[in-house]
Write a protein that binds this ligand. Structure first.
Ligand code: UN1
Length: 498
């Protein structure tokens, strides 16, 4: 199937509008079947140098193209993505494993982002403001930064790439992009689409390879002025250190340990639907996935039973097969990490109610399947309730009050998403205020962020920046304050005030 949808056997870097073959490569495996589907280049620093030089040249011209014209290209990108939605989604399922319906949803996020950011071509608002002195005009405007480096993960290989590259491009920057080596096909498709839409050469460049080689070269490249990264906390911290010492701007999104709070007055059936969707959708491999349920003790047993019942209905398998709700885990390393946390949870004394094992019977043995897992009687301080597992593992934590629920929600080092199920309007607004996360849901699960709102979070989730929403433009633009004095004389601010 890959061959029908992808016209190449071996992917190539894309630099200055040309495809560049790289000698070293590695195989990309379909996580559902274990089959190799394509080869992806493993580039070195030299390719980053070439890409950054091309981007630097191209950006000078690109920045001079009026923003509404830059935006026209994004409208075209959105239209092409719309036409090719199913083809892209199928390839996404083949390389990432997520079920086709979710893959379609992810491509839709990219389409939404294209049209949203294209609209920015006619906004990119700054502010006009009064000046302190007579016959003087003051305003602030956004300027492109120059060359931006984006480093994207395998779990949302197309959506996150659009969150970062579309605002960068509409604002007049050029891009060097390192996609995750697990999911390189999405980058190839995006480049095909950019080419078809007429993006000038050099504005978008792709260099495939590892973080330690390509990512590191990008972070240390003098001509790449900002790094936007989504990935692990460990890598994010090292990017922060390296960018910090160079005074380079960086934007990080590094995951979460997201909880659904279920109060005693909640609609439990609705809560269960929200929990199952956000805990086991994408096999729990979302930054926003729900991995903790903080439940009021009065409804704990009932909720447990309902969740178990819901979990029994989950069909697990190849994401291209009809009716499958939970696909495979990305790779062996992901499986090992999940397995490690199952053992930790048991040792810590949490009670395993369902799952907790690799699925390796029959067809499952070819792919990377992990049984959806439910622990109960966990406490907020356990490692399974503190650390990001990135798999289909859920821990139930009983509490006796609203305040305790909020405290446990906030006791983790991450702050991405949280949710509360309750019918009590007072609890809703208190939760909105007190939940220490960048995203708060009421009566819905922890996933499903929309692209025109800021995406990101507090504490270990990030460094204060946001992907998507109007706020994404702050990552890819520099503010310039402009004063125009039309008095014909030297007016000294703060001094000539009389
Ligand atoms: C991610 O997991 O990094 O809110 C992105 C959501 C999706 C995006 C997830 N719209 O779950």
């Amino acid at each position: 199937m890959v061959k029908d949808l992808l016209n190449v056997d071996k992917l190539k870097n894309y630099i200055d509008g040309e495809w560049h073959e790289v000698e070293k490569s590695t195989g990309v495996v379909n996580p559902a079947t274990g089959e190799k589907i394509v080869d992806v280049p493993l580039s070195d620093k030299g390719a980053v140098d070439q890409a950054a030089a091309a981007a630097k040249r191209a950006q000078k011209e690109w920045a001079l193209v009026p923003a509404p014209q830059r935006a026209e290209i994004l409208y075209e990108v959105g239209n092409i993505m719309k036409e090719r939605k199913e083809e892209i989604a199928k390839l996404l399922t083949l390389e990432n494993g997520k079920v086709l319906e979710e893959a379609m949803g992810e491509v839709q996020e990219g389409i939404d982002m294209a049209f949203y950011m294209a609209g920015e071509g006619r906004r990119l608002f700054g502010q006009t403001t009064p000046a302190e002195l007579q016959n003087k005009f003051a305003m602030s405007v956004r300027e492109p930064i120059g060359v931006v480096g984006i480093i994207t993960p395998w779990n949302f290989p197309i959506a996150i790439a659009t969150w970062k590259s579309f605002p960068a491009i509409v604002a007049g920057n050029a891009v060097v992009w390192k996609p995750a080596t697990e999911t390189p096909i999405m980058a190839h498709k995006m480049i095909e689409i950019f080419e078809e839409a007429g993006l000038p050469k050099g504005v978008m460049n792709v260099v495939y390879g590892s973080g330690s080689s390509v990512g590191d070269a990008m972070v240390h490249h003098d001509d790449i002025q900002v790094i936007s990264f989504t990935g692990s906390n460990e890598v994010g911290r090292s990017i922060a250190r390296d960018c910090g010492s160079q005074l380079k701007k960086y934007s990080l999104e590094m995951g979460g340990k997201n909880a659904v709070i279920v109060m005693e007055d909640a609609d439990l059936d609705l809560a269960v639907e929200g929990i199952i969707w956000s805990a086991f959708g994408t096999s729990g491999q979302r930054c926003t996935a729900c991995s903790r349920v903080i439940v009021h003790e009065d409804v704990k047993e009932e909720l447990e039973e309902k969740i178990l019942k819901g979990m029994k209905q989950l069909s697990i398998g190849n994401g291209l097969d009809e009716g499958v709700r939970v696909g495979p885990v990305i790779n062996e390393a992901g499986m090992e990490k999940i397995q490690k946390y199952i053992e930790i949870g048991k040792e810590e004394g949490a009670k395993l109610l369902a799952g907790g094992h690799v699925m390796d019977e029959g067809d499952y043995s070819k792919g990377h399947y992990f049984a959806p897992t439910l622990f109960t009687d966990a406490t907020g301080d356990m490692r399974i309730a503190q650390e990001e597992i990135f798999g289909p593992v859920l821990a139930l934590i009983p509490v006796s009050s609203f305040d305790e629920a909020i405290e446990i929600n906030n006791s983790v080092s991450y702050g991405l998403s949280s949710s509360i199920f309750t019918q009590d309007v007072n609890k809703v607004f208190k939760a909105k205020r007190d939940l220490d996360t960048g995203i708060v849901y009421v009566n819905a699960g922890t996933t499903g962020a929309e692209i025109h709102l800021p995406f990101g979070g507090s504490k270990g989730t990030g460094n204060g920046h946001r992907d998507s929403g109007i706020q994404a433009l702050d990552v890819f633009t520099e503010w310039k304050a402009v004063y125009v004095d039309f008095s014909g004389k030297l007016q000294r601010a703060q001094i000539d005030t009389e």
